[in-house]
Design a protein around this ligand. Structure first.
Ligand code: GDP
Length: 197
């Protein structure tokens, strides 16, 4: 499915402008700088064409993309910019939270976690919400090339352990490097299963 052409089709700054859900949907979330854009680029090989700017201070939107009419990929604004204004920060977080709690037809949220830095409080906040609303989510460790393989495995185990009692988490923890391409095909395979054929 990732061979299909990627088309941008909607941007939403408020929940009432989310497009109606019609095809399977996968969203990508994570703290800013976690490597989300790079991962979307690696997965689709076409992200550069549609990539929107992700700079702090600008109003952030949730962006919806289609791979043919088979799969919808949703780019959630990165949260936790240390230097964003409080009110700007809050509005992004509220939008992301609303989306992961109440989006009808949301099949999976890929929660991206920086392998070297691990989970942040905002990640756990999002996880709590997804548990409460039974939104299926999967952890994707990014930038695995920055640490030794043993440390990648350790990080994955640590996260798996911390989510042991959670019900909506989809296993296993995935591991990718957009830089080397490690794990990308594997992730495409896992996510591709959710597509409509
Ligand atoms: P975003 O803010 O989550 O969209 O993150 P970006 O994709 O823009 O990446 C943030 C920074 O991390 C950039 O400087 C990227 O070049 C770098 N980066 C992204 N993915 C990787 C990776 O797999 N390995 C390494 N070493 N750096 C990465």
């Amino acid at each position: 499915v990732f061979r299909n052409k990627l088309d941008f089709f909607a941007a939403a700054k408020i929940p009432s402008s989310f497009p109606p859900p019609t095809i399977p949907e996968i969203a990508f979330a994570g703290v800013s700088n976690v490597g989300k854009s790079s991962l979307l680029n690696a997965l689709t090989r076409q992200w550069g064409i549609v990539r929107t700017s992700d700079k702090p201070g600008l109003t952030q939107s949730i962006n919806f993309f289609k791979l043919a009419s088979k799969l919808c990929l949703v780019d959630l604004p990165g949260y936790g910019f240390a230097y964003a204004k409080d009110e700007v920060k809050e509005s992004w977080q509220e939008l992301v939270k609303e989306y992961v709690s109440n989006r009808v037809g949301l099949d999976r949220v890929c929660l991206l976690v920086h392998t070297k830095r691990g989970m942040k409080p905002l990640d756990y906040e999002l996880i709590d919400l997804m548990e409460r609303y039974k939104t299926p989510y999967q952890i994707v460790l990014t930038k695995t090339d920055l640490v030794f393989p043993i440390d990648v495995a350790r990080r994955a185990m640590e996260i798996q352990e911390s989510l042991k009692k959670n019900k909506s988490v989809v296993k296993p923890v995935m591991m990718v490097s957009s830089k080397t391409g490690a794990g990308i095909r594997n992730l495409r395979g896992v996510l591709g299963k959710l597509a409509r054929f």
